[in-house]
Write a protein that binds this ligand. Structure first.
Ligand code: ACO
Length: 318
């Protein structure tokens, strides 16, 4: 499987750490030191769907790909605008990918990676040949803006990649879930009770046990990267870029250290966008591609981790 186009879009509104410290008791210094985040983008006029459409359009343009040539379209999000129709169908309608089958997936911050893996599985069966994979989120609408331990972390945005089946280009992945530990990072659905039942105490905003999530990430991410490198029979020295979910600078630093890889090979953009969940990997991929730092022939590792718990890694050549 190979990537033939990338695209991304961020909301226009920038919210700095100083602005957050006007809402909750925190400071720019605390947020920078604990997370590496300086500011984030917050959707005001944008929606999950509008950003998914824009990121998808840019990825098609970047690869000079006709929308009708896409036969699989997956949008990964935990913050769709509607329960139905799914976001991918809305994107399909807007972009004119009329030959595609379109559906949505939710694997939280691992979502883009799991969607890529899904596309690869379909390609391997020979069912589809060219897919548009999008990660799009408006996390801001699910944030408890009175909870200083979580509201500082997240941002909104969307990223996309067009991928194509190619037997000459190996794609190797591992993916995992652990539902027993799901309670450390949750966000309940906004649903009315039906007339016979009461939903009870719901946490309709993001709720997180930050330290447990941190421990999970610094243990499982290096583990799954090592797993994928072993499966690919390649050493970490041969990897040009490690494109990780952008949750926290300290998590990325710890992963690099555990793998004994120079941090310079772990691109980071979370300082300006915060954690954009399923959108973070494709936004980073697009920025690295557009800036020319990611070159054809580079070997890359992608790794996502988040609520579920879910985590995984993939190795491919760009
Ligand atoms: N400003 C100031 N003080 C704060 C803030 C804040 N924004 N948030 C928490 N504190 C306080 C706490 O109340 C606590 O005070 P206390 O000692 O008086 O009780 C103190 O700081 C330490 O709190 P901890 O929770 O221990 O702080 P920690 O060093 O663990 O940092 C953080 C918190 C940044 C959330 C960290 O746990 C973390 O990064 N976790 C991972 C979170 C993450 O990345 N989640 C997403 C990954 S998965 C996904 O993307 C969905």
């Amino acid at each position: 499987m190979k990537i033939i186009g990338t695209g991304s879009i961020l909301p226009k509104k920038i919210v700095t750490n100083d602005e957050i410290s006007e809402i909750v008791e925190t400071s720019d210094e605390w947020i920078r030191e604990r997370t590496g985040i300086l500011e984030r983008r917050i959707a005001v006029d944008e929606t999950t769907t509008s950003m998914a459409v824009e990121a998808g359009r840019k990825a098609l343009e970047n690869g000079r790909i006709a929308p009708e040539s896409i036969d699989l379209l997956i949008v990964s999000t935990f913050t769709p605008d509607r329960s139905m129709p799914n976001t991918a169908c809305a994107v399909q309608g807007e972009l004119g990918c009329r030959c595609a089958v379109a559906f949505e997936m939710n694997a939280a911050c691992s979502g883009f990676l799991f969607a890529l893996n899904t596309a690869f599985a379909y390609f391997s069966l020979g069912m589809y040949k060219r897919a548009l994979i999008i990660g799009a989120e408006t996390v801001s609408k699910t944030i408890d803006w009175t909870d200083r331990s979580s509201c500082i972390l997240f941002g909104d945005g969307a990223g996309a990649a067009v991928v194509e089946a190619d037997k000459e280009m190996p794609y190797i992945f591992v993916q995992h879930s652990d539902g027993e530990k799901g309670d450390v990072l949750t966000c309940d659905c906004h649903r009315e009770d039906n007339r016979w039942s009461l939903a009870g105490n719901r946490k309709e905003k993001v709720w997180m046990d930050g330290q447990e999530v941190f421990k999970f990430a610094v243990r499982k991410v290096p583990e799954c990267i090592e797993e994928v490198l072993t499966a690919a029979k390649i050493s970490s020295d041969e990897i040009d870029w490690f494109l990780l979910h952008q949750a926290n600078q300290r998590i990325i630093r710890s992963v690099a250290k555990r793998l004994c890889v120079d941090e310079k090979r772990f691109p980071v953009n979370l300082a300006h966008y915060g954690n954009t969940s399923a959108a973070s990997i494709p936004i980073l991929l697009d920025e690295w591609n557009q800036s020319g730092q990611l070159k054809r022939g580079n070997k890359i590792v992608l790794s996502g981790f988040g609520a579920g718990l879910t985590w995984g890694a993939a190795m491919m050549t760009f």
